[in-house]
Design a protein around this ligand. Structure first.
Ligand code: SF4
Length: 360
């Protein structure tokens, strides 16, 4: 197997699949996460290669986005990590749909944070074609697009073809639907729907011309092979954005007692994913504060973006600190999809590209 530096050379020369699944497994597997028991490729060597690939692809630009809960709690699904599942007794209580004006205000606030997109997220299995929920989200997307602060993205569970048509007509440009983990580990985490249910929804969103934002969560007890499986599926699906989350265990959920991954293990995962998915915008979302003092190193491990502002049920660190960190690193926020010719033809309704200033 080639070392990370040679893999990076090949990627930068145009071979986007220079790292195969066996190579990815070798980078992720091989010993304990820290200390002398770790026989894997040195994490610093891996990060140096991943950083070169990131800079060749994205330069000094990073993607920032924010999300808002458009319908919180009471979800009928049983995802073992999720505070919003009605199967678990957590601090989250079911709410009604978020009012439209609140969505628009969240979009305005996201723009002041240099986020170029606001994602509307519903804790639902999906939205019925003729139900109040879809009508409300359609109205919210229209209002956000009319206000013009950010792009309007959404994560709504399962959506029919007819539903996608209505959402796109209202201004949706990108759809999030995470895989959560590798195929062979999925049933350990979720039993109320299947991996193929999720893949079908992602493919149908792509068939409608939407950009897709698809990632997962690490630190749920999965093995390196499961991380490889998820990366392989993401490559096959050729998704556009890849949110990497690290489990934030929440009291009451099935994974409440799971300890966070060690920071160097998190950086290893980010770097290995960057080398395996060199085209995609890999951004770091929930759990990034588990990196502790190593947080800024997520970019030198290959991340090309991050979520700013609070997550759905857990707080994030302060936006001011995040923006100051970017400024000090010399990184510049960029608009979704800008500078990415492979996206031509997709998301024709996307907002025009514009450079956003860094707010100190
Ligand atoms: S992750 Fe989504 S689908 Fe799963 S329980 Fe939470 S809100 Fe429901």
């Amino acid at each position: 197997m080639s070392g990370p530096a040679a893999i990076a050379d090949a990627i930068i020369a145009g071979d986007l699949t220079a790292l195969d699944s066996n190579g990815l497994l070798a980078y992720l597997d091989g010993g304990s996460a820290t200390g002398s028991g770790d026989t894997r490729v040195d994490v610093w060597e891996l990060m140096a290669a991943a950083d070169r690939v990131r800079r060749a692809r994205f330069g000094h630009e990073v993607h920032l986005c924010s999300i808002i809960n458009a319908k919180e709690g009471g979800c009928p699904e049983d995802c073992g990590f999720c505070a919003q599942s009605k199967h678990f007794d957590t601090h989250v209580k079911p709410s009604k749909f978020t009012p439209i004006d609140q969505m628009v205000r969240a979009s305005e606030q996201a723009a002041t944070r240099n986020a170029s997109a606001l994602g509307l997220v519903t804790a639902t299995r999906g939205l019925e074609d003729d139900g109040f929920g879809l009508d409300h989200i359609v109205a919210g997307l229209r209002a956000i697009r009319a206000a013009g602060h950010t792009e309007a993205h959404a994560s709504l569970g399962f959506v029919s073809d007819a539903g996608f048509d209505r959402l796109i007509d209202a201004g949706l440009t990108e759809f999030n639907h995470n895989l959560e983990t590798g195929r062979s580990y999925f049933s350990e985490i979720v039993t109320t729907h299947t991996y193929d249910d999720r893949i079908d929804t992602i493919r149908r969103a792509q068939a409608k011309g939407l950009r897709t934002c698809v990632g997962g969560i690490f630190g749920m007890g999965e093995k390196p092979i499961h991380r490889v499986e998820m990366a392989q599926t993401l490559r096959e699906l050729d998704v556009d954005e890849v949110p990497l989350n690290f489990l934030v265990s929440i009291d009451g959920t099935a994974l409440a007692k799971v300890e966070p991954l060690a920071p160097l293990e998190m950086l290893r995962i980010i770097a290995a994913y960057r080398l395996f998915l060199p085209r995609q915008n890999i951004f770091i979302a929930a759990g990034r504060t588990h990196l502790g003092q190593l947080l800024p190193m997520m970019f030198s491990a290959g991340a090309s973006g991050m979520m700013v502002g609070d997550f759905l049920t857990t707080p994030n660190r302060s936006v001011d600190d995040d923006l100051r960190m970017l400024d000090e690193l010399g990184l510049v926020p960029r608009v979704c999809g800008s500078g990415r010719p492979e996206l031509a033809g997709r998301a024709a309704t996307a907002a025009p590209a514009r450079r956003l200033p860094v707010v100190a």
